[in-house]
Design a protein around this ligand. Sequence first.
Ligand code: SF4
Length: 929
Amino acid sequence: MKPLQIPAIHASHGGCWLRRPDLVGDMLGATTRGVGKGEAIMAVSDTPLLMLNAPLVASRLGYPDLSGLDLLELFAFVHPARFVVPTPKGMAHALGLEPPAGDADVPELLQRAAGALLATCEAEDWPEREGAWTALQSLVRLRWPWAGLVTPHLRKPEKAERWLFARLPEWEEAPERPQPAQVVLGAAEIGLRLSALTGEGAEERASQLAFAEAVGAAFAPRRGTREPHVVLAQAGTGTGKTLGYLAPASLWSAKSGGTVWVSTYTKALQRQLRRESRRAYGEGAAGGQQPVVVRKGRENYLCLLNLEDALQGGFQGRAAILAQLVARWAAYSQDGDMIGGDLPGWLGTLFRKRGVTALTDQRGECVYAGCPHYRKCFIERSARASAGAELVIANHALVMVNAARGRDIANRPTRVVFDEGHHVFEAADSTFSAALTGAETIELRRWVIGPEGKSRGRRRGLSARLADVASYDEQGALAITEAVEAAQALPSDGWLGRIVEGAPFGPVEDLLGAVRALVYARDENGGSEAGYGLETEVAQLDGPFVEIAGRAQEALEALRQPLVRLGLRLEALIEDGPDWLDGPARARIEGARGAIGWRSDLIGGWIALLARLGGPADRDFVDWLAVDRSDGREWDIGLHRHYLDPMKPFAETVLAPAHGVVLTSATLCDRSGASGGETGGDDWDSAVTRSGAQHLEVAPKLFSAESPFDYAAQAEVLIVTDVAKGDIAALAGAYGRLIESAGGGVLGLFTAIRRLRAVYGRIADRLARAGLPLYAQHVDPIDTGTLVDIFRDDPRASLLGTDALRDGVDVPGDSLRLVVMEQVPWPKPSILHRARRLAAKDSGGGQRHDDRIIRARLAQAFGRLIRSGTDRGHFVVLSAAFPSRLLSAFPPGTPVRRVTLDAALQLIAAGVSGSEPAASPAAIDGRTA
Ligand code: SF4
């Protein structure tokens, strides 16, 4: 395995290193030397250099047009669907090479890694050989930079390779499953099951057993319609919740023959569940029904028809190369999941455009059985597999959407465990909301009419998708024609530009123009200058505005009517069953009927929203007008409607038809400090309200277990009181010094992207020179999941981010030693927040409402720090005036100190000792949370 002798470059915040042929003594060899950015840019623009993660190198050099031989692309070709952390160290690890000792060693490592990958192409035992030669021939035609280098190492196979679409297995139709048997789980059998899962000799945990028994109650037979068993189970980090609920869930599935759904909010937990569920359910026989299935929204999966289209000329240039690499991956993928599955998250960002998204079924344009790949379709396979599975792992949004408009009523979830249950409210809030915006309406127009202008690809409108119905059924044909005509009133390409210029076209663009004008007119916060989103409430609208809204309402009604009629025609067709309606045609028409049904409902929601304008407000809803902007650029305009209490529709659509529902989390209740006992007191009120159970008048069963961790010894909260709010230089200085004293391993959480970027820009170079790499969401051209992988892989790395990182980071061990919050995470003062705060005030607690939100955020952020019994670390909040009433957010026993930055740096450098006395009474709050 010889290193690939071509020039290589590495750029980090600490500098640039170039390796190229040189005279070493009297001999021609290669040397690596540090170079300035100017020289590095000259080198990369001169000749294609070997590098790792070209967009990241481009961003470090400040040279966006960079291209070269990206080792990650070669890795994706040689080892599709295989995990690698996209850093020099990660690449070395994945290929079994010696990792580089420092930045200066990286270019040489890149040469060794490229040599190793090319050598793999020659190896007899290369597991991903099939399909490589055929893909390479296409990549040669597409002028993939690696093609010429790979070709000499890849021999032509003796037999022609099977084309991707021939290789993929077909799913099988399975008979309908009988109803689950009605069983009651006894405490003893749950205990036995749990011991079997945790393994013999595993530390006996009474709280985990009690938790498992409490969850088991949710699986009892239902007593009445609309009377599900609801269990709210709070269990501190480290209780072993996952196996705790998998024990009764797997036992119930085995005894009853039914399916349990476990729903998560973050991808991190979904991955963990996938791993842990193997212990409870095993792997399943190859080719047979899998006991555990991961189910996601269809927009996550590769659509084979879109891929075929892309491979056959639908994609051009770099996007066409991406399509070839995705096709390589598809042949080896476990389930075709492109977002958070086994497609590397970094692959899409290497190609910059939205290529990955274009290969999924974003707009519900699936033609079901009309598709030549229907029997191999990843989405259909996952839907079928979940119908026969014992455990379905899904996310909150999908469970709710499925309950609200799932195609197959028999397969709707009836036993659901919502892990990360503290997020159910948020997920319901977005699932059951309505947004009549430019982006939403143009999507609908394209779905009805098909794409306009010169857009390529297979996307077609309703009339093309239902051509056979139109030729058979006159009334159906008429409804399609009317719908297509009515959709002309929806915004079309270039709508935003026309509105900004004051020249909207059609009734809906008129409405969006009026919304924009009103939002700007009423803005009081100077937001017009700051470039962030603007909003105003739906109140005191004048006559002309209401008239414009009325015309938009009529236009939407004119579209909804024919769609509803078309839906009825399709229903009649399915019932009539004409000769030509064989199984596949029926499935396609059922699919179309489902899609038309939920779009009619969507338009119905918009019409209801418009109908209320100018009239009395509906107390169940909060309506507002908004202009969405980021970095000073507008990207959407529209009207929004959210339920004041989204748990109301949640109760109707998810709870009422269910038999058993569990909501569990480490932070289900608010720790207001006013608890009246283990499961009593005020703390449970908000958790019960936020479960939706009260809307069905169901009394949930409550359970609570404290974390087994010794927070007094493992963690320390430091409230730093001398970093002035609003002083960016001071904030950046504080972050830089905190990261230095911790030696990396810092997760920095921000509430505003603007401040995150400003801090990152000021400290990244300095830290890199000290060997402390810094990464940031919203700055580095890397997806969030990959950023977390990089962070986890390098104990000296630190990561800055916003909300998504407050929950989605599960990094046990040494890589995360310090969490820093830039300030108290106050709720954003939005119209929706104000309305809910007001409603809470009516029932006696506006302030309590805000405090609950903040405490929940602090508790979630703190929860990132201590993930195992051996983790230790500090939690820092930069806040001169941190209210004491919020301290109860931290687990009982956690030491809390109010200190200066200097004192904090000393404490962090010394590590968590767990027993040190207070150094100065003035500097220390003298309390524990
Ligand atoms: S069945 Fe639908 S989603 Fe699946 S490949 Fe065909 S068009 Fe795409």
